[in-house]
Design a protein around this ligand. Structure first.
Ligand SMILES: Cc1ncc(COP(=O)(O)O)c(C=O)c1O
Length: 417
């Protein structure tokens, strides 16, 4: 991307340039990443970063907020409209900060939470012992079934009846199946619990209508804006109207100070883009590409956890190939395909080794890869994982990746949503 020329020869710019070239030349399969549009990028680089705006539109602790008020109002209106929500807060700096605010607003310290086990695809902010969630609340976990590797809602119901949590948390970082939010809500009602849904990973799919929405079912829905939603790095909350006052106060002054108004502007741009027909087609392509990738890998003898995917991601169990997830991540990294090692359910390996890799199609779809390219990419991944130290295979696959990245440059594909 063209950027202004600086007199500064700060080596930071050298590293930034190198990272931009890395992104251009590598295929990004990390399921939590994406490539933003140039308009979203531009909004992040504006003077709005200079502005302090503690508080909310019309009720700030600083002067000169009339224009950032307009930006935040637009962002709020777009968030409510895109997700069909009664109320929103667009200030959380990240997905974790959104969860801090939601849990602070909905619970008292030591209250019981029933959430998806971190080993089975849950997130750190859903109860890791060193995270605020694990430190301040009593965490109980549900998991996936050993056989199906899917969440069994009857098992969740039985667990909720025995634990009697104050809050049920639905949402995941590494779960490839559709989440049944209506069932979560009915269980929550049955046991008198609140329902918090963290739709960080699937927010873009929900916005585009290719994953069922949790909004009609949950008291509060948190999300990140930078994964499938393709916005700037950040968090966002939508909720039923009666929760808004408590949530606003839990975000500021509860867990944060001044909002990042340049990021709020970029969120507003991303939300407008996500409401477009083009974005709906993009989200459908993300899911189609993930299904294609899972099918190609299965046909080449790789085991996909739960047998496939219904969203943008999948877990590939590489243990049958005699590899750890860490080794698979490194082998793919060597051919310029970026992904992350990931625990699979009931994994005998520790997290830093793991038995799987997590692959997602949001970023490669954003740069324009379609069905035929995903077939090539899937074959390339299988070739590498079957022969991770065969230099001739690695050289050939690096060539395939170079052809794909050159044919689908990030800066061109993302000039508009
Ligand atoms: C389900 C879920 N919630 C929350 C987060 C946290 O987001 P952040 O990294 O912005 O704090 C993630 C990030 O991967 C996530 O997968």
């Amino acid at each position: 991307m063209e950027r202004p020329r600086f007199a500064s020869d700060d080596p930071v710019w050298k590293a930034v340039g190198a990272e931009e070239r890395r992104q251009e030349a590598h295929l990004e399969l990390i399921a939590s990443e994406n490539h933003t549009s140039t308009e979203v990028l531009a909004a992040m680089g504006t003077r709005l970063t200079d502005k302090y705006a503690e508080g909310y539109p019309g009720k700030r602790y600083y002067g000169g907020c009339e224009h950032v008020d307009a930006v935040e109002e637009l962002c709020l209106a777009r968030a409510r409209s895109l997700f069909g929500a009664e109320a929103a807060n667009v200030q959380p700096h990240s997905g974790t900060q959104a969860n801090v605010a939601a849990l602070m607003a909905m619970l008292e310290p030591k209250d019981k939470i029933l959430g998806l086990s971190l080993d089975h695809g849950g997130h750190l902010s859903h109860g890791h012992p060193k995270n605020f969630s694990g430190l301040f609340y009593e965490i109980h976990s549900y998991g996936v079934e050993k056989e199906s590797e899917r969440i069994d809602m009857e098992r969740v119901r039985a667990q909720a009846q025995s634990v009697r949590p104050k809050l049920i948390l639905a949402g995941a970082s590494a779960y490839s199946r559709t989440l049944d939010f209506a069932a979560f809500a009915s269980i929550a009602r049955e046991v008198g619990a609140l329902l918090l849904v963290d739709q960080a990973h699937i927010a873009g799919l929900v916005a585009a209508g290719v994953h069922p929405s949790p909004v009609p079912h949950a008291d509060v829905v948190t999300m990140t804006t930078h994964k499938t939603l393709r916005g700037p790095r950040g968090g966002l909350i939508v909720c039923k109207e009666p929760w808004l006052k408590k949530l606003n106060s839990a975000v500021f002054p509860g867990g944060q100070g001044g909002p990042f108004m340049h990021i709020v502007a970029a969120k507003a741009v991303a939300l407008r883009e996500a409401a477009s027909k083009e974005f709906q087609a993009y989200a459908r392509a993300v899911v189609d590409n993930a299904a294609t990738l899972a099918r190609v890998l299965s046909e080449r003898g790789l085991r996909i956890v739960s047998g496939g995917t219904e969203n943008h991601l999948m877990l590939v169990d590489v243990s049958g190939l005699g590899l750890t997830g860490a080794q698979a991540e490194n082998a793919l990294g060597a051919v310029h395909i970026t992904c992350n090692k990931n625990l699979i359910p009931y994994d005998p390996q520790p997290p830093m080794k793991a038995s799987g890799v997590r692959l997602g199609t949001a970023a490669v779809t954003a740069r324009g890869l379609g069905h035929n390219e995903i077939l090539r990419l899937g074959a390339a991944i299988a070739d590498v994982l079957h022969a991770p130290s065969d230099e001739s295979v690695l050289r050939r696959v690096r060539g395939v990746v170079a052809e794909l990245t050159e044919a689908f440059p990030i800066h061109v594909a993302l000039a508009s949503p």
